[in-house]
Design a protein around this ligand. Structure first.
Ligand SMILES: C[S@@+](CC[C@H](N)C(=O)[O-])C[C@H]1O[C@@H](n2cnc3c(N)ncnc32)[C@H](O)[C@@H]1O
Length: 209
């Protein structure tokens, strides 16, 4: 993950192009699918590894009553996020610099935790530690929303997916083959909904145990 930290400092300015190339079709976009899983009302939401805040900005606009906290360990990704929040006049997202495996927030406070495009880059131990933190900060009836890459079937999409594949660490290949039900259960969550979207899937999980 050390090299990835450098990678995000460097790529931050261009990061949002990902959505232009991979998630631009609104009706099949995983961003939209994730946003739709957030209920109305004064939800407390943690966007763990928020990056440039693509998901949170969508949620904040759709749910102005939501209170969103985002954490990331890339100063450049956070800088880009902050720039977007200022430009769009969004005040219900607070950004914090920090590590996802040691979030400086007390237990059981969030209704929703979001982990988007994070787990595939993690070793088993890193993923376990991040999911442990997600579990800890969520209320007993809180939901964890996960957006993750999924290998597409159509030829053109497979070629496009190959570009992503080349940029990813070796953990990516194992992640793609993983039985997500088993993976989540081992980490204290049960998948209650799964939606296949462009190049990705979106999971809604609840705490178990
Ligand atoms: C692929 S980006 C995803 C950003 C955003 N969640 C999205 O859906 O576009 C991964 C982000 O996770 C952050 N990240 C990775 N490991 C982290 C860790 N242990 N603690 C905090 N941030 C981390 C990176 O800095 C980067 O911004």
């Amino acid at each position: 993950m050390k090299n990835l930290s450098v990678f995000y400092e460097w790529i931050a300015k261009f990061y949002d192009l990902l959505d232009v190339f991979y998630f631009c079709n609104e009706s099949t976009s995983p961003r939209k699918a994730l946003e739709e899983l957030v209920p109305e009302g004064e939800m407390h939401i943690a966007d763990i590894c928020i990056g440039t805040a693509v998901n949170s900005i969508r949620i904040a606009k759709k749910h102005p009553a939501a209170h969103i906290v985002g954490v990331d360990r890339s100063k450049e990704m956070l800088r880009m996020a902050r720039k977007k929040l200022n430009k769009e006049g969004i005040s219900n997202i607070k950004l914090y610099y920090g590590s996802a495996d040691n979030i400086k927030i007390e237990d059981n406070v969030f209704d929703i935790a979001v982990l988007s495009l994070v787990l595939h880059e993690c070793t088993e131990v890193q993923a376990r530690n991040i999911l442990k933190e997600a579990y800890r900060i969520l209320k007993a009836d809180g939901k964890l929303l996960i957006m993750e890459w999924e290998e597409p079937r159509k030829l053109f999409r497979r070629v496009m997916f190959g570009i992503i594949r080349r940029m990813k660490p070796k953990e990516f290949e194992n992640f793609l083959k993983m039985d997500m039900k088993e993976y989540m259960r081992k980490n204290g969550f049960e998948i209650i909904k799964m939606k296949h979207c462009d190049y990705s899937r979106v999971l809604e999980c609840r705490k178990v145990g």
